[in-house]
Design a protein around this ligand. Structure first.
Ligand SMILES: Nc1ncnc2c1ncn2[C@@H]1O[C@H](COP(=O)(O)OP(=O)(O)O)[C@@H](O)[C@H]1O
Ligand SMILES: N[C@@H](CCOP(=O)(O)O)C(=O)O
Length: 289
């Protein structure tokens, strides 16, 4: 049995802690033979546990402590702590693992509730469970999440060589926020979602760069956001935003615009990270028997 969970890009500009999309890099968990103790083969290095403390196993045991230990093989093309939802992919994979091994019959709604409670915000886990674009809200008790088909666009990730833990990036955010700014920020997010529903790429692009809630406060942690907006000033594209908590900077483009955006990013000497062209994963977390 294999469990697959996609990468996710959260916020999408103005949708802090609410909007996210599933993308085609994947965490794959292969479930192998029963063992005395949990063993997780992975290539993340010694900072990531390979026993019952591994996030995938810890998540599974948190909802089903009776699970019998297994040998797991984890492979992943989702870089850790880069703003592409690696922790959410591990949480969703762990829940699917417990659901399968423990025959728990949890449906997507329950998986979504459990995943959101564990991650603390729904914008990565919701698309990791459901696939595609998701608008979600969480009130510490229940998560409502609705999926919409996002227009078929490229997601061009600039992935820096450095990690930025989501926890650290959230510490840069303010405790309080001016009422008028909040009203404007919410209206931008509302129009963004309406533009997705209408498949209006022009409005999606204009709303994508009008975030009020987080990018301004994180600017000092992620100088590449402003740098890339400057680099792409004269290259046609839909919009650029900070992916999740960063440091990945995401540029959205039509298929026809993609090659020129990639070339412009690769030509900038200060951008020595990876440029990865990603597409939308429409399916979300899944199990292959
Ligand atoms: N597949 C995995 N297995 C175990 N731990 C993981 C896995 N993926 C992510 N993690 C844990 O989550 C941390 C990254 O989470 P976070 O800071 O939220 O960044 P991201 O934006 O990648 O989700 C990693 O440093 C690691 O501790
Ligand atoms: N809304 C969250 C999203 C974090 O996403 P991640 O991929 O960086 O974990 C935030 O912006 O803090």
């Amino acid at each position: 049995m294999k469990i697959i969970a996609p990468a996710t890009s959260a916020n999408l500009g103005p949708g802090f802690d609410s909007l996210g999309i599933a993308l085609n890099s994947y965490l794959v968990v292969e479930v192998l033979e029963p063992l005395e103790n949990w063993l997780v083969d992975h290539e993340f290095g010694s900072n990531v546990a390979n026993d019952r403390n591994n996030l995938v196993v810890r998540t599974a045991l948190s909802i089903n402590p009776e699970l019998s230990p297994r040998h797991l093989k984890v492979t992943s093309t989702i870089p850790l702590a880069r703003g592409l939802g690696s922790s959410s992919s591990a949480i969703v994979a762990g829940l699917l693992l417990a659901n399968e091994l423990g025959q728990m019959n949890l449906d997507q709604t329950m998986l979504l509730q459990l995943a959101t409670r564990l991650e603390g915000h729904p914008d990565n886990v919701a698309p990791a469970v459901l696939g595609d674009f998701v608008a979600a809200t969480y009130d510490e008790d229940w998560c409502d999440a609705l999926q919409l088909p996002y227009p078929k666009l490229s997601f061009i990730a600039y992935i820096p060589n450095v990690e930025l833990r989501t926890k650290e990036s959230r510490e840069a955010l303010p405790e309080k926020f001016a009422y008028r700014k909040a009203v404007h920020g919410a209206s931008v997010g509302n129009v963004y979602v309406a533009a997705v529903a209408k498949q209006d790429i022009d409005v999606i692009g204009r709303m994508m760069v009008k975030d009020e809630f987080h990018e301004g406060y994180r600017r000092k942690l992620v100088p590449d956001l402003d740098r890339i907006r400057t680099v792409l000033q004269h290259t046609a594209h839909v919009g650029t935003y900070l992916s999740g908590a960063g440091p990945t900077v995401m540029t959205v483009a039509t298929q026809a615009q993609t090659a020129a955006v990639v070339a412009a990013l690769k030509a900038e000497p200060q951008l020595d990270g990876e440029v990865r062209v990603m597409s939308i994963d429409r399916l979300g977390g899944r199990v292959i028997n």
